[in-house]
Design a binder for this molecule. Structure first.
Ligand code: ADP
Length: 401
């Protein structure tokens, strides 16, 4: 069974073709700059080769056609016919409260996705374009929607509710939704597999630390809290997002600078976080480089970044009455041993016996243990694989039809 995974952005399509008999990646790639015609391109990776081809692409349907023709191409391709693809799994950012698992796309699901656009206006229209392109280019092919919020629908009400007028929730569904759910679900399952323990017996803190970053508390296999909120702005310090902030700052800055609310929120999303504090760098590698060279603002960004992660680990250990295992994942979590060491410093009170040497000499791209055997809490790097998670969920949905 081969499954095509699609992650459609506003001008891009990321794809992976996976053989789910053996969970093997057959091909992956990225279509970029859709709509920019002379700059549109596809980068395709298969059989150890990477090929970039420029081609004018007007819309997502043309982008998808390009992907599909490449997958069956006599030279670059990995399959003979599109009939070999059993289904397409789509990453959909928001499933609101309705979708607590992946579903087969039908007219109702499409209508719901349209209704949820207001909840994630930057992502949902693009996600929808991906589904519509598949329906147009491969009519009759099964499409499965895998929602980034689904894993978090198990949060108890006291975790997901904000303490605001109740009618804001009743009338407008204002609440914490959480994101990166597909990743946290994958990380928690992988961690329980590595530990050889049933996920139902574990208290896990999953740290997905990339440019966008969130932490999730997973108790007995279920998300009980997560750092992102109504939007991905809440929680940790991120590349360009502020994370937690007193909302009164929005009005104050609007009054002081003449920016309207939208502009202030855009600044919190795009000009804050590591970029805001350092004034120059949203990329964690730059923050490390310049803080090591003594740049004061980069040093502050580095400290604040680590501090907030530590705070949430402590908070989630409290929320779960303990923690058995902690996982670091995503671009920074998987790659920056310095960040992990700084976060894990002075955590003995939790029962963590961190192995600094193992952490420093870690192997990239594999599940890797960072705690000593004597540690009460197991600490691991678990490389995330959202596409695999989407493909597994798509396979599961097909199996239940
Ligand atoms: P997103 O998917 O949210 O865009 P990623 O998970 O790709 O983010 O992570 C991007 C971040 O990972 C960047 O801040 C980048 O600096 C960091 N990163 C990537 N490789 C390394 C590395 N080798 N060392 C430290 N940080 C790294």
């Amino acid at each position: 069974m081969k499954i095509l995974v699609i992650n459609a952005g506003s001008s891009s399509i990321k794809y992976q073709l996976l053989d789910m008999e053996n969970e093997k990646l057959l091909a992956k790639g990225l279509v970029e700059r859709i709509g920019e015609l002379e700059y549109s391109s596809l980068t395709h990776k298969a059989n150890g080769n990477s090929t970039t081809i420029m081609r004018p692409l007007q819309d997502h349907a043309q982008g998808l056609e390009f992907v599909l023709s490449t997958l069956v191409d006599s030279e670059l391709g990995v399959i003979k016919s599109l009939d070999e693809i059993s289904a397409v799994g789509h990453r959909i950012v928001h499933g609101s409260e309705k979708y607590n698992s992946a579903v087969l796309v039908n007219d109702e699901v499409i209508k719901d996705i349209k209704d949820f656009i207001a909840l994630a206006p930057l992502h949902m229209p693009a996600n929808l374009l991906g589904i519509e392109a598949c329906k147009k280019v491969m009519p009759g092919k099964k499409n499965v929607a895998v929602f980034d919020t689904a894993f978090h629908t198990t949060m108890p009400d006291y975790a997901y509710m904000y303490a605001v007028p109740h009618s804001w929730y009743e009338d407008f569904r204002v609440r914490k939704y959480g994101f990166h759910g597909t990743s946290h679900e994958y990380i928690a399952n992988e961690l329980s597999r590595v530990l050889g323990k049933d996920i139902k017996d574990l208290k896990i803190i999953s740290c997905h630390i990339g440019n966008g970053a969130s932490i999730c508390a997973v108790k007995n296999g279920q998300c009980i809290d997560t750092t992102m909120g109504f939007t991905p702005l809440e929680g940790l310090v991120m590349g360009t997002r502020s994370g937690d902030i007193d909302p009164a700052v929005v009005e104050y800055m609007s009054n002081k600078t003449g920016m309207d609310i939208h502009e202030v929120i855009t600044a919190l999303n795009k000009k804050s976080g590591l970029l805001g504090l350092s004034e120059h760098y949203s990329d964690h590698r730059d923050i490390m480089k310049y803080s090591n060279e003594g740049d004061k603002k980069s040093m502050l960004a580095r400290k604040k970044f680590v501090y907030v992660i530590k705070k949430y680990i402590g908070a989630y250990a409290a929320a779960m009455n303990g923690v058995d295992a902690i996982a670091f994942s995503a671009g920074i979590g998987e790659n920056s041993y310095e960040m992990r060491e700084e976060v894990m410093q002075d955590m003995e009170y939790l029962g963590i016996n961190f192995d600094k040497e193992a952490n420093k000499n870690f192997e990239r791209g594999v599940n890797y243990k960072l705690s000593k055997d004597t540690s009460k809490v197991s600490v691991y790097v678990i490389p995330t694989d959202e596409e695999m998670s989407i493909a597994r969920q798509t396979k599961y949905v097909l199996g239940n039809l």
